[in-house]
Design a protein around this ligand. Structure first.
Ligand SMILES: O=C(O)CCC(=O)C(=O)O
Ligand SMILES: [Fe+2]
Length: 359
């Protein structure tokens, strides 16, 4: 699909992540569940190995290459638009990514879980401009198995968080019923080769939803570890997904689970000058679920909210649904909605503010 990827440049410092074994999680290994819990509460990022998706991930990257190779005019038929709907194609430069008004450099295609699971019926995108042909042609053989497997991994992890948070049985799963409409989506991302290793591809952000399961080929992803002002690279490891907690889980848990800041640069050092590819599955709560801390359901969460500062307390009672939260964040990043000043960019922020980082 693409040129061989040079090995990780050893001169580039990295932030190590805990490696979690999905096989062990699935068999109910309590020590592995504790390691996952530690990773998800301290940094909010971890590697996941043995996730049983390697072949599907390769095939999804192949579909992604076919999509991104289409003429721009064809891709723009599937554009996501300016109303805060994430599903569809986004061209490079469509999003404002910094308080100074810098634009992103990535192109991406977001495929709704709801369309994938209901295929050949479409419930989110109008049929004539649903998704580019390579997606439709590979829906049954590649896209649906990828989404289904990602949901299985997601649900296994949610089950563990549910128990660790002391929530009633299956509470988190019930907030994410697969057959109800939600913002869950698969995303294929391409950042075109560039000589720069410092120009932001995607600005500092927290993820909007529940969990993100990311497959990276080249480096470029960076995290801002808690208490640090120095961005650090996360090294891609073959066949290891990079998982992270998003805003919804942080809010549900009263901040116990960490939705950590991250951003994307072009690949560093020896990996520079290559197209950068990523694939993500984002899980998000059902559209109508209100985003607030589940204090009434768990003494642990209640205690966490009680001890939080006033800004965080506000964040733990958003008063909006999961759908409204995502729509606001997607819509206010669009450059077309930022023509007058940058107020809208500020309005696109999620839980970043409670991390006390001004980035
Ligand atoms: O491309 C990556 O490595 C990360 C992408 C990301 O953070 C996002 O799409 O939210
Ligand atoms: Fe992200």
């Amino acid at each position: 699909m693409q040129a061989a990827i040079p090995p990780w440049p050893e001169d580039v410092p990295i932030h190590p992540l805990v490696v979690i074994d999905y096989h062990l999680l699935k068999t109910g290994d309590t020590a592995e569940a504790s390691r996952l819990w530690e990773a998800a509460t301290k940094l909010g990022f971890w590697y996941l190995k043995n996730h049983e998706m390697d072949r599907l991930v390769e095939s999804m990257f192949d579909v992604g290459a076919q999509v991104m190779d289409l003429p721009m005019e064809e891709k723009m038929k599937y554009e996501q638009g300016n109303n805060g709907i994430s599903f569809g194609y986004k061209m490079p430069g469509a999003n404002v990514i910094t308080a100074q008004g810098d634009l992103d450099t990535t192109e991406m295609l977001n495929i709704a879980k709801d369309d994938v699971l209901s295929w050949p019926r479409l419930v989110r995108r109008a049929s004539e401009y649903s998704y580019p042909l390579p997606v439709l042609e590979n829906m049954e053989s590649v896209v649906r198995p990828f989404v289904s497997k990602s949901l299985e991994v997601n649900n296994t992890i949610l089950g563990i968080f549910n128990d660790q948070l002391g929530l009633p049985q299956e509470m988190l799963l019930k907030l994410h019923p697969p057959n109800e409409l939600s913002g869950c989506e698969a995303r294929i991302i391409k950042n075109k080769a560039t000589a720069s290793t410092t120009r932001l591809a995607t600005g500092s952000h927290t993820d909007f939803g529940t969990l993100s399961i990311l497959h990276n080929r080249q480096g470029g992803l960076q995290v801002l570890p808690p208490g640090s002002q120095i961005w650090q690279y996360v090294k891609p490891i073959p066949n290891h997904a990079i998982c992270n907690v998003g805003d919804a889980l942080s809010i549900f848990s009263g901040g116990i689970l960490r939705s950590n800041l991250h951003r994307v640069l072009p690949p560093p050092s020896s990996q520079a000058n290559q197209d950068r590819w990523s694939l993500v599955f984002f899980s998000r709560p059902a559209n109508e679920i209100i985003l607030r801390a589940l204090s009434d359901e768990s003494r642990e969460i209640e205690k966490a909210v009680e001890s939080a500062d006033s800004d965080s307390k506000k964040m733990f009672d958003t008063g909006v649904t999961a759908q409204e939260w995502c729509r606001r964040r997607v819509k206010n990043r669009r450059v077309e909605n930022n023509k007058v000043g940058l107020e809208n960019w500020k309005a696109s922020r999620g839980t970043e503010s409670i991390q006390k980082a001004s980035l």
